[in-house]
Ligand binder design. Structure first.
Ligand code: HEC
Length: 140
């Protein structure tokens, strides 16, 4: 069917149907872009992300044995290496690894686990926004 023959109201119902389908799928699929995750964290934080603060958090120890960089590398462009298992961890910066920060559930799970390992607490939305905004500044 040629879309130009559709009455505008049919368009509206198609768009409404797509919107509903998207909303229904969202909890299962959680597909996202790094930019969407960043704007979500920034909205929760209520203030703009500061990339330099994210870099600082990522590369310094927070009272425990490890920093984020211990496993991910200080400049998480190339592959990192797990500080205890020695397993390789693929690049964290989205420009070097297109699968990064595209699955909200995965991102949240690892933020929770890793922040606890490094800081003995979860990261705040502002800290997540800072780290992600810094990772987004890293370009080939
Ligand atoms: C003990 C090793 C280790 C440390 C320390 C560590 N991570 Fe991770 N991190 C991992 C592993 C393993 C994965 C999952 C494997 C993968 O995604 O490649 C991961 C994945 C992630 C992800 C998922 C990214 C995505 O694909 O969406 C985020 C976010 C993350 N880490 C943030 C951090 C932050 C922030 C810190 C410091 C507070 C940190 N990590 C410290 C090992 C570590």
């Amino acid at each position: 069917m040629n879309p130009s023959t559709l009455h505008p109201s049919s368009f509206r119902s198609i768009i409404a149907a797509l919107g509903l389908a998207g909303a229904a799928l969202a909890p299962a699929a959680q597909a996202a872009t790094p930019a969407e995750l960043l704007s979500g964290y920034t909205a929760q934080a209520g203030s703009p992300a500061v990339p330099a603060r994210g870099q600082q958090l990522f590369t310094t120890r927070q009272g425990r044995e490890w920093s984020c960089a211990s496993c991910h590398g200080a400049v998480p462009i190339p592959t990192g290496r797990h500080a205890s298992t020695g397993k390789s961890i693929s690049a964290m910066a989205p420009a070097f690894n297109p699968t990064r920060f595209t699955d909200a559930a995965k991102t949240e799970k690892w933020f929770r686990r890793n922040c606890n390992d490094v800081m003995s607490r979860e990261c705040t939305p502002a800290e997540k926004a800072d780290v992600l905004s810094w990772l987004l500044t890293l370009k080939p």
